[in-house]
Design a protein around this ligand. Structure first.
Ligand code: EPU
Length: 422
């Protein structure tokens, strides 16, 4: 078993570069199999989910080769299977994108229902309702464990999403790219990775307009072909390092970011008393560690991202005064709070609202990541805590953060990965 061991209270200073966006790459790799051609995908993050998707694509008949650590060549010309039910599929949330991709390519798909972080019920009813509106028959087998989709004819449809779901927006966009006729998705989600996936599909020959707004129009084309594409920087990884700089105090430049994607966080950090300097592709965070309490509400983009909510809880724990943090996206994304309390955080939960009282000092302890962003929150609290913090279940953190200990060490943190016997 591995642990991250942090000796906290070091000031952070220097530069850290952000990797390619996890939530874009996990959509773009499956989307590549919609095309009969070769996709070259650059700026890949080195994270667990990429490995899982590559092995799944290979099992479907694609030929995937890493041209280097960050460049993946996917030849999907000979993909000839549409059943994806293996372990890798079950472990990953994003494997639901195989449904849209296989349905678009073969008019049929058999996909195991996805796993991923657990923060309450994570339905995919909006994905399935959309496929059904496009003419697919949706059969849930083994008590919903496997989804079988079949369409004699996949056609365009007008789809209004009850909730602006990121996954449903992307999945329907992928399937609609090769459906007959035009699909209109209303109340679409607007996250940066939706725009990134649309750009990739357009490079393959799709005709998608409006991604990044709440109405997306997709004019189906007969076939998609080949593309070379570079993944955008990871908004959440960037935000995590910005929050680390804010809590520790110091001067950190986060490179390879799209500053616009960070607006909601930058605004909150400024409100808390940090200085934020933006360049074309970097953000510098200057903090004296003297932070004001603020109120935060998570929302779909361009609102404050739910995927930075746990990290923000850690930060607000060191602010002067009482803050509130309202989770509007997931029904139960405060499960990690017990672990933060073990480091001295004073957080109480009432439904979707966390009330966070700033404390003078966080204190190191042994804790466990309960999911990916929860793990990131523990790292942030550990960086600010007095003494040693040991974080278990590092595998969750590795699902979304490339070499987190190397990147943090480069800006002055005292953090290492150790093997422990259990
Ligand atoms: N929802 C439904 N029905 C659906 C789909 C979603 O009711 O069919 C509800 C969900 O229950 C939730 C809300 O809609 O309350 C938003 O869910 P969404 O579909 O947008 O989430 P997702 O696509 O499953 C992606 C990210 C998550 C991120 C959310 C919200 C990926 C692979 N995952 O999930 O990322 O929290 O969007 O921005 O892109 C993470 O990176 O740590 C992570 C969990």
């Amino acid at each position: 078993m591995e642990q991250l061991v942090i000796r906290g209270q070091r000031r952070l200073k220097g530069e850290v570069a952000v990797s390619g966006a996890k939530n874009a790459v996990v959509a773009i790799i499956p989307a590549a199999i919609t095309a009969k051609g070769v996709s070259i995908i650059e700026n890949l993050p080195c994270i667990e989910d990429v490995a899982g998707l590559v092995s799944t694509l290979n099992s479907l008949g694609a030929v995937c080769d890493f041209l280097d650590e960050r460049t993946l060549r996917i030849d999907s010309t000979k993909v000839d299977r549409w059943e994806a039910t293996g372990d890798a599929v079950r472990r990953m949330r994003a494997s639901y994108y195989l449904m849209g991709a296989l349905l678009g390519r073969f008019r049929q798909a058999v996909v195991a229902t996805p796993g991923g972080c657990n923060f309450g019920s994570r339905p995919i009813n909006l994905h399935l309702k959309g496929f059904s509106a496009m003419g697919a028959e949706v059969i849930e087998e083994n008590g919903g464990d496997i989804i079988r989709l079949k369409a004699d004819k996949l056609h365009g449809a007008n789809i209004f999403l009850d909730t602006a779901s990121v996954g449903a927006t992307i999945n329907l966009m992928i399937a609609a790219s090769t459906a007959e006729g035009t699909t209109v998705i209303e109340n679409a989600a607007k996250e940066p990775h939706i725009v990134d996936t649309a750009n990739f599909l357009n490079m393959l020959g799709a005709k998608i307009r409006g991604a990044g707004t709440d109405v997306i129009r997709i004019q189906g084309v007969e076939e998609l072909s080949s593309a070379e594409y570079m993944i955008i920087p990871d908004q959440i990884e960037a935000g995590t390092y910005m929050i680390a700089a804010a809590i520790c105090g110091g001067d950190v430049t986060v490179r390879n970011v799209i500053p616009k994607h960070m607006d909601s966080l930058s605004a909150k950090l400024e409100e808390m008393g940090c200085k934020i300097i933006e360049g074309d592709d970097y953000i510098e965070v200057i903090s004296d560690g003297n932070l004001k309490a603020v109120n935060v509400k998570t929302m779909t983009y361009p609102g404050f991202p739910t995927d930075l909510q746990p990290q923000m809880s850690a930060l607000l724990s060191k602010a002067h005064g009482t803050s509130t943090l309202t989770e509007n996206v997931w029904e139960n994304r405060f499960q990690y709070v017990n672990q933060l309390r073990r480091l001295g955080c004073d957080i109480s939960i009432d439904g979707r609202v966390a009330t966070i009282k700033g404390v003078d000092c966080l204190v190191g302890n042994e804790v466990n990541a309960t999911d990916l962003r929860a793990g990131a929150a523990l790292v942030i609290a550990g960086l600010a805590a007095k003494g040693e913090t040991r974080i278990g279940n590092v595998k969750y953190i590795d699902r979304g953060y490339e070499k987190i200990e190397y990147k943090l060490r480069a800006i002055g943190a005292d953090i290492e990965r150790v093997r422990v016997q259990r």
